[in-house]
Design a protein around this ligand. Structure first.
Ligand code: NAD
Ligand code: UDP
Length: 310
């Protein structure tokens, strides 16, 4: 198949490009390089089945493809809060442009949605039926509400225009190719530990997240995209839940060195807990994660060590 991946030069997108090329598909990677890097896909540029297009998803685009994966959007809070109006535009107009293209050419289209649609959840773990608790005017809203609106557009194009859609709700994912200055917790803690700096705990560190290793996530993407009928939304994530203090201790033990913990104010609207209910992914996609946090960190720490020359 010929497959378009928006945001293909980013962390998740580059792993997806690689996987789909390995499976024998033709891949068009569209990216504006806001948070993506040429280095993430440099090794693919010689592949005759790979094509790179510098373009912004808020402007319309046209390709003849069988599948569209829409991943374009900054994912880390410092990045998506850098220009929040642009973040909302990217989610909403990017979705409209992908859906318009899918409608015109009859392609199946996939949306990278997020656990952030659940906001600061009142029920735990979160099943897909939970409608969320998002502050629509807070500093995370550009991302959360942008992604919620994108989901709305996906389901309206599906109902109104019979567009063939797939929607995944991704929970915190980590692995090689995250940017060292990305600002997300796994990359921050590993980079700080490797540099011998203190680890920055926001708030009291008792908030929780569930961390999925990138290879598991990509497997879930492909199973959902190639499912004959399931539109989603489907949660994909690792249900193993950890406090930020537990994560920090784990990373300090693995990296060693002299780093301690320092405490900083909790950013606005930071969710207190998060854990995916993956019953749907298990029953409909036969998917569950295979790489636990320890094994995933053991694969991620060497990537950062090499990057930082440590
Ligand atoms: P990332 O920042 O590494 O990748 C995003 C990519 O999109 C980058 O290459 C960036 O340059 C590109 N991009 C951003 N705005 C664009 C625009 N207007 N036009 C074209 N390209 C644009 O982030 P990631 O972790 O790889 O996330 C990929 C997708 O998955 C995002 O949509 C994100 O919201 C979603 N997601 C990720 C996670 C996670 O834990 N990694 C969790 C939930 C959802
Ligand atoms: N966090 C932290 N120290 C950091 C970066 C993040 O304690 O250096 C916390 C952050 O406040 C949040 C959790 O780690 O509670 C996960 O943050 P991340 O930005 O990785 O993802 P998100 O909040 O979008 O789930």
């Amino acid at each position: 198949m010929r497959i378009l991946i928006t945001g293909g030069a980013g962390f998740l997108g580059s792993h997806l490009c690689e996987r789909l090329l390995r499976e024998g598909h033709e891949v068009i990677c569209l990216d504006n390089f806001f948070t993506g890097r040429k280095a993430n896909i440099a090794h693919l540029l010689e592949n005759p089945y790979f094509e790179l297009v510098r373009h912004d998803v808020i402007d319309p685009f046209k390709f003849e493809v069988d599948r569209i994966y829409n991943l374009a959007c900054p994912a880390s809070p410092p990045h998506y809060q850098h220009n929040p109006i642009k973040t909302t535009k990217t989610s909403v107009m990017g979705a409209i442009n992908c859906l318009g293209l899918a409608k015109r050419i009859g392609a199946r289209v996939f949306q990278a949605s997020t656990s952030e649609v659940y906001g600061d959840p009142e029920i735990h773990p979160q099943p897909e039926s939970y409608r969320g608790c998002v502050n629509p005017i807070g500093i995370r809203a550009c991302y959360d509400e942008g992604k919620r609106c994108a989901e709305t557009l996906f389901f309206d194009y599906h109902r109104q225009n019979q567009v063939d859609i797939r929607v995944v709700r991704i929970f915190n994912t980590y692995g090689p190719r995250m940017l060292p200055d990305d600002g997300r917790v796994v990359s921050n803690f590993i980079v700080q530990a490797l540099r011998g700096e203190d680890l920055t705990i926001y708030g009291d560190g008792k908030q929780t997240r569930s961390f999925c290793y990138v290879d598991d996530l990509i497997e879930g993407f492909i199973r959902l995209m190639e499912h004959p009928t399931l539109t989603g939304p489907v949660n994909i994530g690792n249900p193993g839940e950890f406090t930020m203090l537990e994560l920090a201790e784990k990373i300090l033990t693995k990296v060693g060195g002299k780093s301690k913990l320092t405490y900083h104010p909790l950013p606005g609207d930071d969710p207190m807990q998060r854990q995916p209910d993956i019953s749907l992914a298990k029953s409909e996609l036969g998917w569950e994660p295979t790489i636990d946090l320890d094994a995933g960190l053991d694969r991620t720490i060497p990537y950062f060590a090499q990057l930082l020359g440590k």
